[in-house]
Write a protein that binds this ligand. Structure first.
Ligand code: PLP
Length: 426
């Protein structure tokens, strides 16, 4: 008699719940202590001298991060969300503009656009990479389209050749949301190095973290200046060349966070490499199952595996998405849903963000895209969420090879149960 599923009283494949991922070690503790002992927890002043760019540790983190990606400069933020908002502002996007955003991503990729009263127009995602589908992008371009928000979802690069060709052809600015893709590569270059601005996250569930934090990279000195102005109150624009129309906020990272982020940046290649090793093992294990497809790695690409998305034919084994979530939770190896299409959120569905008059959609959304937020608008993203794609949060737990092996054992248990049940019912 095979071991029953834990959901039905059997022993869980993973005896205890997985421990949360911890990448903070002695180096981070020592670095944080040095900042504490210095007494200077932030070095930013919104003034005309160099203190405008933050303290020494903030600047040290930025130059290490930029250098590790082969980029000339980086601007740190207190989150990737702040970095994305600043990127939208730095590129001068605003009222009357549309920005094409993938329908399936984390909410901040689109919300950042709304911060400047431009609107996101959602394009569908692509079946193999989970990134923007170039054909869908083309179909969304209107006279109001000004930029693409390219997200390298789960850590796999989007189709950059095609997307950058569209951007060049249609004169669109490009923001890369690399929150999930540190050190992911596309044809020999890191994600974040293709567009005008690339934004990375250092929040607590990313490969590397400082609690909350973000960092933007760019090759353009003026964009760097604009990002820095938006980060730090923008008061000194008069002293910084011909930079007008900038409203600045406080999106600054503290010295304490920067000290941790700096140490984490040193470890980042190793942290990503470990996820790759685990993911490769899991992908290999999944080859034994006809109803599960591991994430593909397209030719010329390197995945960073923030997440491990799996395409599943649950109908084939005769269980629902809900069954899968409950069964895997009980086995202590939880598989989770993929992202809900963003346009299902009320702010888009009802077209109400600020006030109750439909602003900024009334001014920024073109007639061509007025139905963009209707159900059915991005079928691939909807199918992924509803049933096709489930993920294992490979960056959220302390994992070793044995845990990957146990996922294989768990899927075998589920398959046997489901097929037995199907046979009985047939
Ligand atoms: C794709 C994507 N973009 C943006 C963000 C926002 O990052 P942060 O939490 O650093 O603001 C996240 C965070 O999970 C993300 O996954």
């Amino acid at each position: 008699m095979p071991e029953p599923l834990a959901l039905f009283g059997g022993r869980p494949v993973q005896p205890q719940p997985l421990r949360p991922y911890v990448s903070i070690g002695q180096e981070e503790k020592d670095a944080a202590l040095r900042v504490m002992e210095s007494g200077s927890l932030s070095g930013f002043v919104a003034c005309g001298d160099d203190r405008f760019y933050g303290g020494p540790v903030v600047r040290g983190f930025e130059s290490l991060f930029a250098g590790s990606l082969g980029m000339p400069c980086a601007v740190s933020f207190n989150s990737a969300t702040s970095g994305l908002v600043a990127a939208v502002g730095a590129l001068n996007l605003g009222l009357g503009d549309e920005v094409i955003v993938p329908a399936q991503t984390m909410s901040a990729s689109a919300a950042a656009v709304l911060a400047y009263n431009a609107v996101p127009v959602f394009a569908d995602v692509e079946e193999r990479t989970y990134g923007l589908d170039p054909e869908s992008v083309r179909s969304r371009i209107s006279a109001k389209t000004k930029a693409l928000m390219i997200v390298h979802l789960y850590g796999h690069p989007a189709r950059m050749d095609e997307l950058m060709a569209i951007a060049r052809e249609r004169r669109l600015r490009v923001i890369e949301d690399c929150a999930q893709s540190p050190f992911a590569m596309y044809r020999g270059s890191f994600t974040g190095s293709f567009g005008d601005i690339g934004v990375f996250s250092f929040n607590f569930h990313k490969h590397a973290n400082c609690g909350e934090g973000g960092v933007a990279v760019t090759r353009d000195a003026e964009l760097r200046e604009r990002l820095a102005l938006i980060r730090n109150h923008g008061e000194v624009k008069g002293t910084r060349g011909n930079l007008s129309n900038i409203v600045g906020w406080n999106f600054r990272l503290t010295e304490l966070q920067a000290a941790i982020a700096l140490e984490q940046t040193k470890k980042l290649p190793g942290l990503v490499e470990k996820r790759r090793r685990l993911a490769n093992r899991l992908s290999h294990i999944l080859e034994a199952f006809d109803w599960v497809r591991a994430p593909l790695v397209e030719e010329g690409c390197e995945h960073s595996y923030y997440d491990f998305p799996m395409q599943m034919d649950l109908g084939w084994i005769g269980i629902t998405k809900g069954d899968m979530l409950r069964m895997t939770q009980a086995e202590n190896l939880p598989i989770t849903e993929s992202y809900r299409p963003l346009y299902w959120q009320d702010i888009y569905r009802k077209k109400i963000v600020y006030g109750e008059q439909g602003f900024p959609f009334t001014q920024s959304l073109s007639n061509q895209n007025s139905e963009n937020y209707r159900r059915g608008s991005c079928p691939q993203a909807e199918a992924f969420y509803e049933s096709r794609c489930l993920t294992f949060e490979i960056c959220s737990y302390e994992l070793e090879e044995q845990h990957m092996d146990r996922i294989g054992v768990m899927f075998r248990k589920i398959e046997e149960y489901a097929l037995r049940k199907k046979g009985v019912n047939a």
